[in-house]
Each structure stands twice: as structure tokens, then as C-alpha cells.
Design a protein around this ligand. Structure first.
Ligand SMILES: [Fe+2]
Ligand SMILES: [Fe+2]
Length: 387
């Protein structure tokens, strides 16, 4: 069986890896001796836990949620499962991805070949994480220091491409292809001076034209390597095209733009506007979707709507005001009703009181509070941040 983690922090696990193939009785015994109530078995990667020997002993002191009784697909795993564990695993993966991405950009900058197989393996793990619990990695990819943007943006676009592909009904192979293309889409930025990429002031027209060369530079670099698939080259060159033909570098229109490039256009812009940059503060996620929806001719409409469905109407990290007057941060989606996510309330506007760690599940039975309005943009302005 393929072990995907316990219902608790990975750090408390007897295993040094967050997920792996269980091959020995001893490993099962080690798992049984922990205090964890249950664990996850990924039936996509191994056998299903259909015998008594695979079951953990009952824990009388706690009433744990039931593990999946019957074989279930990883994609069908309970989206309200143990987020703490998933976050811990996703952080681990993110750290690994950060190292790989830095290597890729360093190699590219030196004009050396990058390890395509290593990139594919990383994307495979990102795809598995998204299939298990998309919210975990989708919330972690939001964490970026402005000066690390170029590296971390690659991981973010890769993750969102995989998640979007799943919403669009693409199969696993296609989702991974989209993810790999997203991972390498901006490799051309390795050939643009960092001083220009991180310039805090407004770019001159000439500087803007230099930055606009990154798709062609990345394409030329990847084309010179062995084993880079065509769809990666395609997305690298065309992720800044727009549906109405006003994009660059080829002014492609509509369906002339490949599916993966149309997907990348949405993921790329969303990550750019919701990230802190040296020259601007991050936009609120829900406000960003709302603004992007109003940009006529930029994105493929069907893909954009699937993207909203993927992230939620109030994506993770959005600031909202509840009917009760509380201001809250969206921390988890409710896939059954995207209008009722799980939030963390941090102020009560009416009483001006600061609330600590008040988690509110707006989708819970008997919950009377609800989102009254998006308030991210107003909140950002009230904090004196620049949009
Ligand atoms: Fe780009
Ligand atoms: Fe990009």
C-alpha cells in the first residue's frame, strides 16, 4: 500500500518521509504504534486497505473521523480531511520545489542544460499533492517574498495549472503536462537582468520591451536542450498572448493559442497580481478574480470560469466581511458550496475588537453567519498598502 500520511503533523510520524510505499510488516507495526487515529492510503499508487491487517487499532479516547472504508480514488478523498497534515506535507514539497526551481534558473542563467527528468518528477509530486488536497498547496504557494517572486511564481503557476486541468476534466497525464509547462513558462526571465525584474519604479518603454523578450529567450534556450516536449516550448513562447490578439510575441488570437497557453495566461496573471512585488502590494484574491473577469478579450472565458471554480469565488487568502460584522480571512474552500468557505475572523468591525484564531466554518450545519461582502481591497487600503 502507498502510505500518504497520518491525521496529524508529519513531524510526529515515526517515518522520515511524508509519503512512501509500505513494503514490510514492520512498517505497518510502526504505524500502528503511533498515537495517530488513522492514516491515508493512496489507492492510485498501491493496494487498497481492504483487510483487517491494514486497519489501525481503535482509539477509545477519541472519536476520530472514519477512514475511507472502501477503496476510493485519491481525487475523491474527503476535502475536509486533516488539513494540518496536508499543510505539513505540502510545505515539505514546496521547500523541495523551491530548491529545484532555483537550480533550474541558475543552470539556465549559465546557459547550461536543465534536468528535465527532475522537473517532471517534481511536477508528478505536485500533481499528487493537488489530487490529495488542492487547498494545502494552493494556500502555501501564496507565501512569497517579493525578491523570490520569479522562482516561486513558477511553482505557483505549475500548481494552479494542475488544479485547473483537473477542473477542466483533463486526465492525469495532461494535468502533469500542463503543470510542467507552467513550471517552465518563465524560464526566459533567467536571461533578464534582476535589477530590471525587481525594479521598484515604473519601467520605461525600452525596459518594458526588454522584459517582453523573456518568452522568446526562454523558448530559444529550451529549444536548444534535449528532451523538452513541444507543449512546454509552446507555453513558454505564448503564455502572454491574449484572446483578442493584442498579446505578445505573436499576437495569436482565440483558438490559435494552445489550450495549455490559454490556461497559463490565467494562472500567470492571477499569481502575478495576488503576489507582493517590489513595486506593488498584492491584490486581494477575490478582488483579483473580479477585476480579471472584467478584462474583455484577455482570457479564454471557459477557462477563466473553470479557474474560478478551482480556486473558489473567495479564494484562499481573500478578506471578507461577515454579516455579523466580523472581518475574516478565507482559509479553506467548501467544495459543496463555494459561497460558504471556512474563515478565520480577526476583527469585529462593530466593536473594533481584535479576535484571536476564531475559526468559523460557514458551511457547518446550524451556522447562521455568512459572507456579506468582499472587503479585501478596502482592507488593504485601510492598512495603507499600495495596490
Ligand atoms: Fe511570463
Ligand atoms: Fe509568469
Amino acid at each position: 500500500m502507498y502510505f500518504s500520511g497520518f491525521n496529524g503533523a508529519w513531524i510526529a510520524s515515526p517515518f522520515w518521509r511524508a509519503s512512501f510505499m509500505i513494503r514490510t510488516e514492520d512498517e505497518i507495526r510502526q504505524a500502528q504504534q503511533t498515537d495517530h487515529a488513522y492514516c491515508w492510503i493512496d489507492v492510485h499508487k498501491g493496494l487498497a486497505p481492504d483487510s483487517d491487517s491494514a486497519a489501525l487499532p481503535p482509539d477509545e479516547s477519541a472519536a476520530p473521523p472514519s477512514p475511507p472504508a472502501a477503496p476510493v480514488s485519491a481525487a475523491a478523498m474527503d476535502p475536509t480531511g486533516p488539513l494540518e497534515l496536508d499543510l505539513s506535507d505540502a510545505l515539505h514539497l514546496y521547500e523541495m520545489a523551491r530548491q529545484t526551481t532555483q537550480e533550474v534558473f541558475s543552470q539556465a542563467r549559465l546557459g547550461k542544460s536543465l534536468d528535465v527528468r527532475k522537473c517532471k518528477e517534481l511536477v508528478e509530486q505536485i500533481a499528487a499533492s493537488v489530487a490529495h488536497n488542492a487547498d494545502a498547496l494552493l494556500s502555501i504557494i501564496r507565501i512569497k517574498r517579493a525578491d523570490e517572486y520569479t522562482y516561486l511564481h513558477s511553482i505557483a503557476v505549475c500548481t494552479m495549472m494542475v488544479a485547473l486541468g483537473r477542473t477542466l476534466g483533463l486526465d492525469d497525464k495532461a494535468c502533469q503536462q500542463a503543470g510542467l509547462a507552467g513550471f517552465l513558462h518563465d524560464v526566459g526571465k533567467a536571461f533578464i537582468p534582476l535589477a530590471l525584474l525587481n525594479k521598484p519604479d515604473r519601467l520605461t518603454d525600452q525596459e518594458y520591451r526588454i522584459i517582453q523578450r523573456h518568452p522568446a529567450l526562454g523558448h530559444a534556450y529550451l529549444q536548444g536542450l534535449v528532451g523538452v516536449p513541444d507543449y512546454v516550448l509552446e507555453v513558454c513562447l505564448h503564455h502572454h498572448e491574449k484572446m483578442d490578439g493584442t498579446g505578445y510575441p505573436s499576437r495569436q488570437q482565440g483558438q490559435q493559442i494552445s489550450l495549455y497557453a490559454r490556461m497559463a495566461a490565467v494562472c500567470d496573471v492571477y499569481d502575478a497580481v495576488t503576489s507582493h512585488r517590489v513595486y506593488k502590494a498584492a491584490w486581494d484574491p477575490a478582488d483579483s478574480l473580479s477585476r480579471m473577469a472584467s478584462w474583455q478579450g484577455h482570457f479564454d472565458r471557459t477557462i477563466f470560469l473553470a479557474f474560478v471554480k478551482t480556486l473558489g469565488i473567495y479564494p484562499l487568502g481573500s478578506i471578507v466581511t461577515l454579516r455579523s460584522g466580523r472581518t475574516a480571512l478565507v482559509i479553506r474552500q467548501n467544495r459543496k458550496d463555494l459561497t460558504r468557505p471556512v474563515v478565520k475572523a480577526f476583527t469585529n468591525t462593530a466593536s473594533m475588537e481584535t479576535l484571536e484564531n476564531e475559526i468559523v466554518d460557514l458551511g457547518a450545519d446550524g451556522q447562521t453567519d455568512a459572507i456579506a461582502e468582499r472587503s479585501g481591497e478596502d482592507w488593504i487600503k485601510s492598512q495603507g498598502l499600495r495596490c
